[in-house]
Design a protein around this ligand. Structure first.
Ligand SMILES: Cc1ncc(COP(=O)(O)O)c(C=O)c1O
Length: 368
């Protein structure tokens, strides 16, 4: 038995011929940068999300940097960001010229809350980066009530919903990554910025092309950060399948619970009204590293995420002086174990994973 952590192969296999034919059409057309595929994908992504604007960029990291600048975050100002997230969420803040201020998360949802963000606010705060961690929407309406612009880092949450809104439309601006292992992943790097704000959209569009609107006058020092035509053509094949894939991920998460996973480890909490996209299904156990070894031996691929949270990364040392302790972050960093998750994960496989977790749990004591 071997159960993969991600299974992008079974997702792409039935679409291979269609993807190749759409890529071949791009090659025939000979337009590779900012052409009709990117334009059409931007329209289709905006329509899917229910947003006014989507702007394709080179990756999800640039998307955050550009979106922060488009929000008007000035050099030297502070941006609150969770420490328990992928490095890029904070790296992009530094690249925008601002200072990351790390905040804690809720130990059960693993996301920031109004309370954890408020504890990190100073008069220099110019924006909040709220990550929909592991595909679970952050409580962004609560954060907006704090009065600062909120950037929703939805890199892990394509296909998630909160109430009647899609993840990616909850903040003032949102960013996506289309890195291949993401829920909506292309065949290389790609990203997008999504917003209802015409001014933010116009500035983001200019910043992705060297700060120019007309390719002749350069009004800002920007970036060369474009989604390319080949990736946009691929994404146009994948986007119509995203809802079905997200349902598959939710079915896999439900199968884990049906199989009794919560009796052996701490499972993620979901707020009422949220439909997560389960990019990762991370559980917690006090003997997390031993659990990883046991799962590996049982043929179940599993992985720890963010064992060294961002406020403990060497590059972030200039930003952590005087930082209050982040106990939930340190706890989650130490105890998390991501179990296999993909739209193709069957109920039978979920039962096998839970059997391996249960066999391990029977060897010792306690859930995290
Ligand atoms: C939460 C989060 N933010 C940002 C990124 C950056 O995206 P990319 O790798 O496309 O630059 C990622 C993923 O890699 C991510 O998981």
């Amino acid at each position: 038995m071997s159960i993969a952590l991600f299974d992008t192969e079974s997702q792409l296999a039935p679409l291979r011929a269609e993807i190749l034919s759409r890529m071949s059409a791009v090659v025939e057309r000979g337009a590779f940068i900012l052409g009709p595929e990117v334009e059409a994908f931007e329209r289709e992504l905006a329509a899917y999300l229910g947003a006014r604007h989507a702007i394709g960029v080179a990756n999800g990291t640039d998307a955050i940097t550009i979106a922060l600048r488009a929000l008007g975050v000035a050099p030297g100002s502070e941006v609150v960001v969770p420490s328990f997230t992928f490095y890029a969420s904070a790296e992009a803040i530094v690249n925008a010229g601002a200072r990351p201020v790390f905040c804690d998360v809720d130990p059960e949802t693993r996301n920031v809350t109004a309370q954890t963000v408020r504890a990190a606010l100073t008069p220099r705060a110019a924006a909040i980066v709220a990550v929909d961690l592991f595909g679970v929407p952050a409580p962004i309406a609560d954060l907006r009530a704090l009065g600062l612009p909120v950037l929703e880092d939805a890199a892990q949450a394509a296909g998630a919903r909160s109430g009647d809104r899609m993840a990616g439309t909850l903040g003032d601006v949102a960013t996506f990554s289309f890195y291949p292992s993401k829920n909506l992943g292309c065949l290389g790097d790609g990203g997008a910025i999504v917003t209802d704000d015409d001014g933010v959209a116009q500035l983001a569009r200019a910043l992705r092309f060297h700060g120019s609107r007309d390719k002749a006058t350069f009004e800002h020092v920007g970036y060369n950060s474009r989604l390319d035509e080949l990736q946009a053509a691929v994404l146009r094949v994948l986007l119509p399948r995203l809802d079905e894939w997200s349902d598959g991920r939710r079915a896999a998460a439900a199968a884990y619970l049906d199989a009794g996973l919560a009796e052996h480890v701490t499972v993620p909490a979901v707020r009422d009204g949220d439909l997560p996209a389960w990019h990762l299904y991370a559980v917690c156990h006090p003997r997390a590293d031993e659990l990883l070894t046991a799962l590996q031996a049982a043929g179940v691929q599993a992985r720890a995420y963010y064992r060294r949270p961002l406020h403990r990364q060497p590059s972030m040392a200039p930003y952590v002086e005087g930082l209050a302790p982040l106990p939930a972050t340190d706890h989650l960093a130490a105890c998390n174990v991501a179990l296999p998750m993909s739209p193709a994960l069957s109920a039978g496989q979920a039962w096998e994973v839970v059997a391996a977790v249960a066999a391990f749990a029977a060897t010792g004591s306690g859930t995290a």
